[in-house]
Unconditional design. Structure first.
Length: 59
């Protein structure tokens, strides 16, 4: 896969944090990161919690 920013080589990489983990494409040249569609951050438990908190604040 080619990077849309610099046309460099992109590799699939797993990212881990205390609250979330996801797979994304990362460019080896410029470091651009594109989240994969199957496992986007919207499906992460912490992101769902954050979205619920935003809804509560709007009320």
């Amino acid at each position: 896969m080619k990077c849309p920013r610099c046309q460099g080589l992109m590799v699939c990489q797993a990212f881990f944090d205390h609250f979330m983990n996801f797979e994304a494409w990362k460019c080896l040249n410029c470091g651009n990161i594109i989240a994969r569609r199957e496992k986007t951050l919207e499906h992460d438990v912490f992101s769902l919690f954050e979205q619920q908190q935003k809804i509560k604040q709007k009320r």
